[in-house]
Design a binder for this molecule. Structure first.
Ligand SMILES: Cc1cc2nc3c(=O)[nH]c(=O)nc-3n(C[C@H](O)[C@H](O)[C@H](O)COP(=O)(O)OP(=O)(O)OC[C@H]3O[C@@H](n4cnc5c(N)ncnc54)[C@H](O)[C@@H]3O)c2cc1C
Length: 356
């Protein structure tokens, strides 16, 4: 285990803002993760676990303790030779790039994660906020999570029900935040399964494609379609595209109570506006945060100094090139304030704030 000092964190994140880590180490073995955790504990250093850095805003002052970057590799299919029907268990190292794993699952004709193609970050990051997109979320396929329990100082395997998955949430980012370092994630996929085509954007894509009306799309075609749709929204990391210098969606879609929804509808009526309704949102009584942002005076392409809103997606706050974390936080505050004043709803940020 090599401990480095004063390592800049901005280049290790997709938003590319923030200061340095006082101590930093990159770990490829489970034993090293334990050793690094011990290093922090004995020196009373605050510990932060970094994956792909795609869901965070690092403070300009950086991180005063140890940043532990997880680089555990390996994609294994331990039950490949067993008579387990069509179910295939993938045991994946937390440091594996998420989209590399999705690509491999699709090549092996295994369904369950194809709609999550193109999401940046690491495998270990996916259970944390129960990553989801285009009608799938990792909670649908995660069987268990192998982790170092810092409280008990032992390695544990948490079965899915113990992970407490909800919309953009799990025990890892709520009740047990900071307790576990995720080492491997086990996903149960379905060999030969049909792709999930629940989402309107995907259905529209295939309805408008030259292959419309022919055979049902394959997993590979679904993966390609999802990546294409994401690219058009700046939600795929494409070198040279300034709109993807972001942390993805910056705000969660708010889940409203009956009373809140009535209040929102009344406010919309006074402005002669209809609240957009999508089956996927309605099922969970969610309202589109992007719509709220755009109808509070913040259009795509809105600029606030070096920070701004993506030209392709109203929910993505971007670093326009030379932004600091304070510029991003300033814009976040401005949007939250504007939406609350206009709609009476406080938007909750999705990324993790590190060192604030
Ligand atoms: C362009 C773009 C598009 C995106 N699209 C989506 C989307 O469609 N859906 C979606 O849900 N998200 C999306 N995101 C957000 C992000 O990609 C995901 O949340 C991703 O899973 C984060 O993984 P990461 O490895 O980058 O985590 P990081 O950003 O490194 O960390 C995020 C949090 O997870 C914790 N963490 C990371 N790894 C571990 C580990 N091994 N053990 C314990 N804790 C850990 C960190 O401590 C931190 O609290 C998008 C982001 C970008 C930039």
């Amino acid at each position: 285990m090599v401990i480095q000092e004063n390592v800049p964190l901005a280049p290790l994140t997709t938003l590319q803002v923030g200061g340095a880590a006082r101590y930093f180490t990159e770990l490829k073995r489970e034993d090293d993760v334990r050793e690094a955790a011990q290093f922090a504990k004995t020196r009373s250093l605050p510990l932060f676990v970094l994956g792909g850095g795609s869901n965070m805003v690092v403070a300009d002052a950086g991180w005063p303790g140890l940043v532990l970057r997880i680089a555990l590799s390996g994609i294994a299919t331990p039950n490949a030779n067993e008579a387990s029907g069509n179910a295939v268990l993938f045991s994946v190292g937390a440091g594996v790039n998420w989209d590399d794993f999705v690509a491999q699952a699709v090549v092996q004709n295994c369904a369950g994660v194809e709609c999550l193609s193109g999401i940046p970050g690491s495998v270990g990051g996916t259970p944390v906020q129960n990553v989801g997109a285009y009608g799938q979320e990792v909670a649908d396929t995660i069987e268990s999570v192998r982790a170092l329990d810092l409280q008990e100082d032992r390695i544990v395997v948490l079965p899915k029900p113990a992970c407490g998955f909800r919309y953009r949430a799990s025990i890892f980012n709520s009740a047990e935040r900071g307790r576990y370092i995720i080492l491997r994630v086990n996903y149960r996929l379905k060999r030969g399964g049909a792709p999930s085509l629940k989402y309107a954007d995907l259905q529209k894509h295939f309805a408008e494609s030259p292959r419309a009306g022919k055979t049902a799309p394959s997993l590979a075609e679904t993966r390609a379609a999802v990546r294409e749709i994401r690219r058009s929204k700046g939600m795929l990391i494409v070198p040279g595209d300034d709109d993807c210098r972001s942390a993805g969606s910056f705000f969660k879609n708010p889940v409203l109570s009956e009373t809140q929804f009535k209040d929102l509808a009344a406010r919309a009526a006074t402005r002669q506006l209809d609240i957009p309704s999508y089956p996927a949102l309605e099922a969970q009584r969610k309202v589109s945060a992007a719509w709220l942002v755009e109808h509070s005076g913040f259009a795509k392409g809105y600029a606030a100094g070096a920070a701004g809103i993506s030209n392709k997606h109203a929910l993505a706050l971007i670093n326009r090139g030379s932004a600091n974390a304070s510029d991003i936080v300033g814009l976040k505050d401005e949007i939250q304030h504007g939406v609350q004043e206009t709609w009476g709803i406080l938007l909750e940020p999705e990324p993790v704030f590190v060192g604030f």
